[in-house]
Unconditional design. Sequence first.
Length: 125
Amino acid sequence: MKRLFSVIVLSLLIPAVAFAACPYDYNCLDNKYGAGSPYKSDGLMNPYSQYGSPYSNKSWTNPYATEAPKIYDSQGNYKGKLSTNPYDSDSISNPYGRHGNPYSSDSIRNPYTNQNKEFYVFPQK
């Protein structure tokens, strides 16, 4: 089974929705002492880890990454890749793609279909 990396909350992806939705949950990126720590060795917020480095092929911050972490909702539905790549069809940063378009029902950027949902990020193997 894939290892749970962290909970992605809408406050990270849609800043206008909420702030610090889960600051005490260890698996939440809003917790700067848990999953959101810039010092966590395999953390998404650590610029030196393989999942946070702007040079790693597995990083969400590398706009050319092809193995960015995948996002799932609490029901296990695939919601795209946590990626800054605007050309990847599965990236949440592609405004024309299914997972980045704010009007798509499969997009985490759609404020009408994703209210009060938790999202989970898993690294690709």
